[in-house]
Write a protein that binds this ligand. Structure first.
Ligand code: CDP
Length: 230
């Protein structure tokens, strides 16, 4: 069967990575979490004090760090999940903190950061058989992807999912704070100049506000079959 390219885009915390991972496993495709790449660069920026106290960014320093950064995904043998590595260090946990979440969107809005990461993402997907999730996968990274999904759900539902996820990891935060972060990132991601978050014309919309994981998985596999059998 033809090994296609699958792009899953959408708002923050709408469960894109869960559904993408599940589908990748089912159909034997590579899964790439493009958000993890923006998060890894943000972690590197925070560790190297790229942000001044007033929030301004030291671009010269960030450009240097970006040139030296090596991001990769390696399978954890025990859990069978791919984890994010930054210059050979496992940063999977460190890139999911509140601090990284509240600094990632300004970093992801920088054209030179996007240029470098998009190049890397295209390299990873050059042979097809890949599912990538993010904000601009169907519009910019793989505009010719054979299957494009645009996921959405109400911001309160998404904030609830993120809140539960953080709690499970022992990183509990007040619900209102989580909601504010979700809404702020949605705003920055949809209003930036370079590759803003928007639905590609040929994307299929999936509002998963009221879908169970099983229903969502079934919906995805049906669409995948349609696209590969056509
Ligand atoms: O997990 P969640 O959906 O909340 O976010 P993520 O996929 O980990 O992405 C974190 C941030 O990276 C987003 O809020 C965007 O600012 C940025 N991002 C992006 O600009 N382009 C992508 N293709 C993926 C993520």
């Amino acid at each position: 069967m033809k090994r296609i390219t699958i792009a899953i885009d959408g708002y923050s915390s709408c469960g894109k990575s869960t559904m993408a991972k599940q589908l990748a496993k089912e159909i034997g495709y590579i899964y790439v979490d493009s958000g993890a790449m923006y998060r890894a660069i943000t972690l590197l920026a925070l560790r190297n004090h790229v942000f001044a106290t007033d929030g301004t960014i030291d671009h010269e320093l960030l450009r240097t760090l970006l040139k030296e950064a090596k991001i990769s995904f390696r399978r954890n043998e025990k859990s069978d999940v791919a984890e994010t590595y930054l210059n050979d260090e496992n940063v999977e946990r460190d890139i999911r903190t509140k601090e990284v979440s509240s600094h990632v969107s300004p970093i992801a809005a920088l054209p030179y950061v996007r240029e470098a990461l998009v190049e890397e993402q295209r390299r990873l997907g050059k042979d097809g058989g890949i599912i990538m999730d993010g904000r601009d996968i169907g519009t910019t990274v793989f505009p010719k992807a054979e299957m494009k999904v645009f996921v959405t759900a109400s911001s309160r539902i998404r904030a609830h999912r993120r809140y539960d996820e953080l709690k499970q990891k022992g990183q509990e935060a007040p619900f209102e704070e989580v909601l504010k972060n979700v809404e702020e990132r949605d705003y920055i991601d949809s209003h930036r100049e370079v590759s803003p978050l928007r639905q590609a014309e040929d994307a299929v919309v999936l509002d998963n506000s009221n879908l169970t994981r099983e229903e969502q998985a079934a919906w995805l596999i049906t669409l995948y079959k349609e696209r590969t059998e056509a």
